[in-house]
Design a protein around this ligand. Structure first.
Ligand code: SF4
Length: 251
């Protein structure tokens, strides 16, 4: 069975025990369950479970991934994928999207929710791409963050999927699973989680790793009812080990 002690890893419990009663005890002991030595096993298992680490948003042009990511806020990728064909049928080019009437775009993206603000951002984003970047999606974090409606999550998605650059997409699945598995400890802030994961993950694996976390979150580790008993990560997952102590992982 996987044992963090054999990898030189201190669990949060052990760390607390070491400092108990010590005058120099830090006020907060925040030690994640997993570390650089144990992460490769997690990566390998996720790769075996989900050989194809694919983005679940449909797109053919890079700018369409920016549009899809904006629409995906507070919405499922599935619904976005059902919505975008009509949008691109009405506005088949970046130029036509930039010239579109915002209310017409809003009507088309209505199923995705928050349709007025999403439509405003999409049309503004298309204009910015044309005026500031010659109609192409830029390839740096700083440039991507200048696009209306684009935050670090979307920028990382573009960097990883369009440019193949090292990236860490911190979405709701990533936040939930990173905490449960023990990649981070009691962290909710996406930027802090991104920083922590960048330290743990090899650069060439980080983008696909995040896609696989999403896939595992959807398949097994749901927000309300994680199915730890069926999970192949159970013996290397902090929450799984606490939920079902001593049980071997499902092979
Ligand atoms: S063991 Fe449970 S908490 Fe851990 S990843 Fe699997 S389903 Fe999620």
């Amino acid at each position: 069975m996987y044992d963090p002690r054999q990898t030189g890893q201190k669990s949060s419990f052990t760390a607390k025990k070491i400092h108990r009663g010590c005058a120099l005890r830090p006020r907060y002991v925040r030690v994640a369950f997993m570390n650089k030595k144990t992460v490769p096993e997690l990566i390998a298992r996720l790769e075996a479970l989900y050989p194809k680490a694919l983005c679940t948003l449909d797109y053919t042009e890079p700018y369409q991934l920016v549009v899809g990511a904006r629409l995906a806020a507070q919405c499922t990728d599935e619904r976005v994928n059902k919505t975008t064909p009509a949008l691109y049928a009405a506005y088949p080019t970046l130029q036509s999207l930039a010239e579109a009437d915002v209310s017409s775009v809003a009507a088309l993206v209505r199923p995705c929710g928050f349709f007025n603000s999403k439509a405003r951002d999409i049309v503004a984003m298309a204009n910015t791409l044309l005026t500031a970047f010659g109609g192409t999606v830029p390839g740096t974090m700083d440039e991507l963050l200048t696009l209306p409606g684009v935050g670090r999550k979307t920028a990382n998605l573009i960097l990883g999927d369009v440019f193949g650059a090292p990236s860490v997409v911190v979405d709701t699945h990533c936040i939930r699973l990173s905490n449960r598995i023990g990649l981070v400890k009691n962290m909710k802030d996406p930027v802090k989680i991104e920083t922590a994961l960048r330290k743990l993950l090899p650069e060439n694996k980080s983008s696909d790793f995040c896609h696989r976390l999403v896939m595992h979150g959807r398949a097994v580790c749901a927000a309300r009812a994680p199915r730890c008993a069926e999970c192949a990560l159970r013996d290397i997952c902090d929450a799984g080990r606490r939920a079902i102590p001593d049980a071997p992982a499902r092979q």
